[in-house]
Design a protein around this ligand. Structure first.
Ligand SMILES: [Zn+2]
Length: 236
């Protein structure tokens, strides 16, 4: 058995920890992507509602305009009824005609704008349906991701406990020395402990090792590092 077998066992646990940590970093990003899918549809729905409101406001304005014109006509008629001269009476008739014309035009515009209501309503309905359908899917995906985060967090905790246990179990001056070196390389390279191939090539950086390095690995009395990348070498 290779001298660095304890490090290989530690590395196996560290490999799992690394993968779990990577996944934990990636999961919130995936959740954000899911939520972003809804943003566009939410904006479409908002625009459809605003468009409906615009039509409604136009109708209200025209209604107010028509009411004012009706009031004007009724005022003119009241005054006209009290007039004595035929000439003045005729002048008022002409004015009433003009305002009545305006009123008719306003009411026609009102009817035309009201024709836009069904289209505006339907646009809202379509946008709402699209949003609701997408939201159901997004909510489901987000729930799956939330559950996965909880699971991975649990698995990570277990792996970290397992690592602490492994370190306790392997303690001793020789292991402590090897582990110190392992931890240092781990911050820069992964994996740290790699096999030396039959041709004497480092399994990490693929550099061919000088013959004496390969011989030292085969002697298996000390921990041997790659002359290029510093990874710990062992013979399979
Ligand atoms: Zn190397």
């Amino acid at each position: 058995m290779t001298k660095v077998q304890p490090l290989i066992e530690l590395q196996e646990i560290d490999g799992r920890i690394r993968e779990l940590e990577l996944e934990l970093k990636d999961l919130p990003r995936r959740k954000a992507l899911e939520e972003a899918r809804l943003k566009g549809l939410e904006a479409d729905l908002k625009a459809a509602k605003a468009s409906r409101e615009y039509v409604q406001n136009q109708i209200a304005n025209l209604e107010a305009e028509a009411a004012a014109l009706k009031e004007k006509i009724s005022g003119l008629r009241t005054t006209q009824a009290g007039l004595k001269s035929n000439k003045e009476y005729a002048q008022y008739s002409m004015q009433i005609d003009l305002v009545s014309h305006d009123l008719e035009a306003t009411e026609n515009r009102q009817l035309a704008v009201m024709d836009d209501i069904p289209t505006a309503d339907n646009n809202i309905k379509v946008a709402q349906e699209k949003y609701d359908a997408e939201k159901t899917g997004v909510d489901a995906s987000c729930q799956v991701i939330t559950d996965r985060i909880a699971l991975v967090e649990g698995m990570l905790k277990e792996a970290q406990a397992e690592r602490a246990e492994k370190v306790r179990e392997l303690q001793g001056p020789e292991f402590s020395k090897m582990r110190l070196y392992y931890e240092r390389i781990k911050t820069k390279r992964w994996p740290v402990v790699v096999p030396l191939t039959g041709e004497g090539v480092c399994g990490g950086c693929h550099l061919v090792q000088p013959p004496h390095v390969a011989q030292m690995v085969d002697r298996n009395t000390d921990m041997v590092a790659c002359t290029m990348c510093g990874r710990i070498l062992y013979r399979d």
